[in-house]
Design a protein around this ligand. Sequence first.
Ligand code: SAH
Length: 481
Amino acid sequence: MKMRKSKQEIILENVEIVDAAAEGKAIAKVDGMVVFVPFVVPGDIVDIKIFKKKKTFAEGRAVALRKPSPLRAELKCPHFGVCGGCKWQNMNYESQLQYKYKQVKDNLERLGGVDTSSMRPISGSDNIFYYRNKLEYTFSSRRWKTEEEVAAANGSPIDDGQGALGFHIPSVFDKALNIEHCALQREPSNQIRLAIRDYAYEHNLEFYDIRNHTGFLRNIVIRNTSTGEWMLVLIVAEKRDELFPLLDFIADKFPMITSLQYIVNDKMNDTYGDLDVVTYRGKDHIEEQMAGYNGGRTLHYKINPKSFYQTNSEQAQRLYSFVAEFADLQGNEVVYDLYTGAGTIALFLADKCRKVVGVEYVEEAIADAKVNAVYNGFTNTTFYAGDMAKVLTQEFVQANGRPDVVITDPPRAGMHEKVVEQLLLTEPRKIVYVSCNPATQARDLQLLAAKYQVQRIQPVDMFPHTQHIENVVELTLIKDK
Ligand code: SAH
């Protein structure tokens, strides 16, 4: 390796990428120092430009690919490296899975002191492209320009045109990358987005300017189900005359949209959880089906624009099947489903046990859970909205019945200490811990080790090409502690 150094820049030449790290970055080691580099693959030989240097690590960007790694894969979209959405898209899927497996294993061993000898191979997604059932796009009057564009312009200003419809670049809040093709949601997702953009260009509809809070078109949300239903939600800054012709255009051009809705958002930010949704055509929801566990009965979920639903439906079914397998319900158990979201795991298990109690702090999600419980004809489910650390107490346990089995699926931060404490006090005979962050899961497993023993471990990949990983752990109560 050689190092070129001028006043402002350090370039490391012919460096081998040796590992993949969290957050979708890869790692090179130079003179004992770790260098984080995005969008490269272990095995690549690259030149790296350093833009941040600390005592123990540096961050850089690959400026030349000298020799591509054999782990490389072909790209499916033209936006790789700029968009930031699928950071591992250039690595073959087998290798992605191996690195994810290793990440879970390392975390559980190092941070949790867990014996991982029983860890099962990671369960990969059958569809590695077009697997998402929901995408949100932003209209922005400011279009993100690629480096090539900037270089080609040679210093002269580049026109934003009428704006962009696409994704925000990570950490750039006021610009959007104009997306031509996204390989995450199946067609007609791209066709819908492009048709709306072209219509907007043609009719001179204003794209939103989030800095000055001017403009008309703000966002679109496209959702679909495995049964072929499509939802489109158009979010505008104000109700202008141009709104209805646009909605009519969408409805006519895309008859597969069974739920066409709009939201007027005049707030400073893009969130719409607190805003009214108006149904323009079709139903106010779409309906998803999920096969039950082991040939069990099919579940039906109503999904409205504000509903949370796992974004990879097929893998969600698989994930929940692992949960059901580990829970191993015999029919008479009281089950708690903590961090239940819209109650999907609770409903998935409801016909396998005596009763399920779901807890979650988003009230709308709990409302969805209740609707879907009734819709599926369950009478043995109860749902509570509230902060887990406050809701889960010994009084709660007394009122709802002591759980035989607890399913817990906390957010990235893991479980609050008080929640772990209550679990240790409550002593369910089994805990099935679903996690989207192996580091906090490892921490919690170590706390639970006071009374619980790890049995089975099953990592699941819900999000190919991203750094995200899901892990299911079965814990059983140690009788003599
Ligand atoms: N089990 C669900 C969702 C899990 S995601 C599913 O499979 O779909 C984690 C959930 O925890 C989210 O719905 C989030 O709203 C909820 N949550 C996060 N912090 C919480 C807290 N302190 N108390 C209760 N719920 C919380």
